[in-house]
Design a protein around this ligand. Structure first.
Ligand code: PLP
Length: 387
């Protein structure tokens, strides 16, 4: 650390030179990220609320009100009138809270001491973290031919120690939606906690269905669903790290709450203690500013670009792994191995990611990727193919 204070100008110059090494969403070259450029208003509001601590809400009653309003607004498009939950640190903290609520509930009501959770093989690695932190045995159910959770495999894995089953609405690798309706029935039949991880799809499926898409149900209309993760910092255009967990009933927050003796609120259910108020305020602002019409337009544009890319790849004889259900296209070159193709694309300035199951190049068509960017990307692929 420097002993003498540096001049502001010097610090800002060094920061600018380092920031110049970062990729920018606006170039359209970031093709493998579920995050995107946040809305400018949301960024402004975020900065205005940087000192607000939701871990001590009695001091920040205005920010606490904003969080409550955001939870209600998100709940409204997830079909629940009285939702309970928090704006948290991304989908990871949201999933961790859901698993903690399920574990504590099963311990109290069913005296389960060796808890197990069943997730699809496609589940995000945050469940691995949750299992490790919470002492849960993680069981991965197989997928069907469309890379969705196999209901048979899930059923086979239910034991007396199962405390939760998980379905994903918009898988991380392929963007497919698990059969949540069937999961809801299984949850009710077996008295199990069902968590839906809609970190990615939560801010698009409801809006696409509003405008005539026929995507499967995944929300609180299904009576077996106990909680849903949805990330405003993905398709919601809110700044990082805005995640959100919504519970059907308050009892799930209560079963996790610990005493917070020296703070203005005497209990806390979130994992994080001192908790930034900025994501809640920024999410509140961006949702007001964009409105459901704006989210419908955004999700629809992403889907139009997704179909364009998938169709073009088919025509160029690339192997598209699965027909996109949401805005992710995964594909392979008929001859070049996936990792090699990813490296070549990176050398050409395209930041793609790869999926593991199945191995494929994975393109997430977020709002920062336009038709022109995709035309450009396809011409790079054509060039690679002809070499
Ligand atoms: N769940 C799903 C389905 C995801 O795709 C992701 C991230 O991509 C997460 C959870 C974790 O979210 P975060 O990285 O915001 O913690």
């Amino acid at each position: 650390m420097n002993k003498e204070p540096l001049e502001e100008k010097e610090i800002l110059e060094e920061l600018a030179s380092l920031k110049a090494k970062d990729f920018e969403y606006s170039t359209g070259r970031i093709l493998g990220s579920m995050c995107t450029k946040a809305d400018p208003l949301a960024k402004k509001v975020f900065c205005d609320f940087l000192d607000a601590n939701l871990g001590d809400p009695g001091l920040f009653k205005g920010t606490q009100y904003l969080e409550e309003e955001v939870i209600k607004d998100i709940g409204s498009f997830l079909s629940i009138d009285s939702p309970f939950g928090n704006i948290v640190t991304g989908g990871t903290e949201a999933n961790l809270m859901a698993m903690r609520a399920a574990r504590n509930t099963a311990k109290k009501n069913k005296k389960i001491e060796s808890p197990e959770i069943i997730v699809p093989k496609s589940a995000h690695f945050s469940f691995e973290k949750a299992s490790d932190i919470l002492g849960l045995k993680l069981i991965e159910a197989d997928l069907d031919g469309n890379y969705k959770l196999s209901i048979n495999s899930l059923k086979e894995n239910i034991t007396n120690n199962t405390i939760a089953i998980v379905g994903v609405a918009g898988t991380t690798e392929l963007g497919v939606i698990d059969p949540i309706e069937e999961l809801s029935e299984i949850a009710i039949e077996n008295d199990l906690y069902l968590h839906v991880d809609a970190a990615f799809g939560g801010f698009s499926i409801p809006f696409l269905n509003n405008i005539g898409y026929k995507l499967p149900q995944f929300d609180f209309r299904l009576p077996g669903v106990s909680s849903i993760t949805v990330d405003p910092h993905k398709m919601g255009l809110a700044p990082i790290p805005s995640g959100c967990i919504i519970f059907r009933e308050k009892k799930y927050l209560d079963i996790m709450s610990v005493e917070a003796p020296y703070l203005t609120s005497k209990e806390q259910s979130t994992i994080v203690g001192t908790r930034l108020g900025a994501p809640a305020a920024a999410t509140w602002a961006v949702m007001k500013y964009i409105g459901s019409e704006g989210y419908e337009t955004l999700a629809n544009e992403c889907m139009i670009n997704t179909s364009f890319l998938a169709d073009a790849l088919h025509k160029e004889d690339f192997e598209v792994v699965v027909n996109p259900e949401l805005n992710i296209v995964a594909f392979n070159h008929p001859k070049i191995p996936t990792d090699e193709l990813a490296n070549i694309l990176e050398e050409e300035g395209w930041m793609v990611s790869t999926s593991n199951y199945p191995k494929a190049i994975r393109i997430v068509i977020m709002g920062h990727i336009s038709h022109i960017h995709l035309v450009d990307f396809l011409s790079t692929l054509r060039k690679i193919k002809s070499n």
